[in-house]
Design a protein around this ligand. Structure first.
Ligand code: SAH
Length: 244
């Protein structure tokens, strides 16, 4: 179940019902806390630390095989760097027939959408998402995708841009984009969108490393037509003609 960026009213009604009706709610502690007002007495709630994704998926499957309805909560959209894929992969390797236990994926508002909405409309033209986390993806592959996205002028949302142990990746990403894009290209640094500690900086490709960036941040790099207008970031769709 995708729980959106972190405000209760940004969760779809279908996802809210799925969480409220489940026998068991499983998730990373922070996200279980966020949906706490939706929980009801009698539900089994299992909140686990951030690194235990596989255990969480396997536990959910085991409980579902016992006949319980299990809601695995996952921030943003559960199918975008989220738990939906992992649960399905784990089911696949256990020889799942695709039907029992029954699976439903409840979409949520992903960080690139929630972040974009807070700064205006930066995703109005072709865009892509790249995660800078090389824990599960070889860094060479990530660099290849950064080059391709920068070269093809995609508006690009960088997920997992920086953690305490991964600090160089965002600087390399900036250097790659500077090879293809103007240093003045608008960049939005959106931290904790729709949460109480939300923090947003509008800056440029040249200066984007001056802003605080961490694991709760999504970095949105504009394309060659993206412009800043006051506190707004706008990527033209083309209605007003090219280059206006
Ligand atoms: N499934 C999630 C992404 C999980 S990966 C989704 O669809 O949004 C975790 C990354 O998502 C973070 O490192 C950050 O880049 C981004 N993120 C998640 N929630 C965010 C929020 N509220 N504000 C800004 N970025 C967020």
């Amino acid at each position: 179940v995708g729980t959106g960026p972190g405000a209760l009213n940004q969760i779809t009604p279908a996802a809210q019902v799925a969480i409220a009706q489940a026998d068991v709610v499983i998730g990373y502690t922070l996200y279980v806390d966020l949906v706490h007002p939706l929980l009801r007495p009698g539900q089994i709630v299992e909140a686990t630390p951030i690194t235990q994704e596989r255990q969480r998926a396997q536990r959910a499957i085991a409980l579902a095989q016992w006949g319980l309805t299990v809601a695995v909560v996952s921030s943003g959209d559960c199918g975008i760097y989220g738990m939906a894929g992992l649960v399905l992969e784990e089911l696949r390797v256990t020889g799942w027939d695709g039907k029992t236990p029954e699976v439903q994926v409840f979409p949520g508002i992903s960080a690139l959408q929630s972040g974009a909405s807070r700064v205006g409309a930066p995703l109005m033209h072709d865009f892509c998402a790249i995660s800078l986390s090389d824990l599960l993806t070889p860094w060479e592959m990530i660099e290849k995708r950064l080059h391709a996205a920068a070269q093809a002028d995609f508006v690009t949302a960088l997920y997992n841009p920086k953690s305490q142990s991964r600090t160089t990746q965002i600087a390399i990403a900036q250097q790659i984009f500077l090879q293809y894009r103007d240093p003045k290209t608008p960049v939005a640094i959106v931290r904790a969108a729709y949460r109480q500690d939300e923090h947003i900086v509008l800056t440029t490709l040249a200066d984007c490393l001056d802003a605080p960036i961490d694991m709760l941040t999504t970095v949105i790099i504009g394309n060659q037509s993206t412009r800043l207008h006051g506190d707004w970031m706008i990527t033209p769709r083309g209605y007003l003609g090219f280059g206006s």
